[in-house]
Design a protein around this ligand. Sequence first.
Ligand SMILES: [Cu+2]
Length: 473
Amino acid sequence: MSNSRRNFLKKSGLVGAGILASTTVGSAQHEGHVPAQPQPRTDVGQVTSDGNVLVHTPDVPKLPWTMEGGVKVFRLTAEVVKTRINPMREIFAWGYNGSVPGPTIEVNEGDRVRILFQNNLPEATTVHWHGLEVPLQMDGVPFISQPMVEPGGTFTYEFTLYQNGTFFYHSHMAMQEMMGMIGFFIIHPKDAYAPHCHKDFGLILQEWALLPNNPVPNSLAMEFNWLTLNGKAGPATTPMIVKQGERVRIRFVNLGMDHHPMHIHGNQFYVTGTEGGRIPESRWFRENTVLVGVAQARNIEFDAVFPGEWMLHCHLPHHMMNQMVSMVGPMGMAGQGVQTGKGMEEGMGIVKQGHALSKDMAPGLGRGMGDTTEKERNTSNLVGPSPHLQQNNLKETDKKRVPGYPQDMVMIMDREVAKPETYGLPPGWTASMMGMMTLVRVLPPTQYEEVMRRIRERIIEAPAAIPAGHKHG
Ligand SMILES: [Cu+2]
């Protein structure tokens, strides 16, 4: 570490083990010309001199900045991003600076910011600053507030931040939004929020319609088969690590076609902020599920007093799955009857004959008007037995007589998603993690220090063996 950066750290009053967050990288760059580095994940819980804890957006980097004449200058580039949302799925999304969602912008109330925007997409775009009170010329709406930024073109956004809270930036072209073009814009308050939170996390909620063997999302679809938090579908989401006794803030942002009821296990929380800023404490009340509507932000806070691996997930059943219903239903289906979800293509609105509300199509798409109920049958389909659910002596032929069988399948991929943050999770944990799901790991001090050490030293250990009968081939 250079002297100038060390001095800067002292001056700024940052606590921690000398690990830099992007805000400090930016300032150090100005003072000591230290090249920008990727944001280390070990800045979790760092507190700035003004008492705000730095936000941590798992799996999403922060956007570095340089200080130029009292202005924080960011470079934001729209581009196609090849990204793996899950070990089973690699996609071509659209994002910013190689990331989907785009990198997190983290700034302070009172800052003046300049965003040098470059469009590397093959079509025009703009950037809208969602929730920010900026001059109309900076609002990022094509033709109404600014000219389109053509392919290869640039635009400079510059404004002063008078607000604080959870905001975001996104393309103001609808289909581009559905290709992934959104990122956090977090403004810390001049006077730190009370009570103090030791950890501050951010999660962006997104939906994807991915046809078989096609890595390009269908942005026109009305049905979605992949659901992500910060660009990862469970179990590829990175668990959030908390020490028992700490107070935790989690910020949600939703930009998609659906609203997501985000639910936490084993804890009650308060909703302490919206896309408009902080909620007065007199209006807080206990909840464990918060509906994060489209275009909304919600901050939750709770004291993590109970140790455990607490699930945090959207509670819409179809958002708790990967590849959703079309995988379970028709692909192994034979004969007459209502096909759950129809084919993948029909399920996503690509209807080749008739229409989605027709007698033939509607029931299988979950939009039946009761016309074709006589077509229904006891068993939903002829999917082969799941290798993970053969824990009893029932013959497959007997199971088929059970109305509704089969419904759920599980897939274990502990090894494929192993990272320092997953150290110590019970074998097979990944079977319960699909879609818009992640974990808040509230760890007793010793266990917490061990996981944090593994994050710092980037130790990835092969997961413990999975119990017999549960192996995924
Ligand atoms: Cu949802």
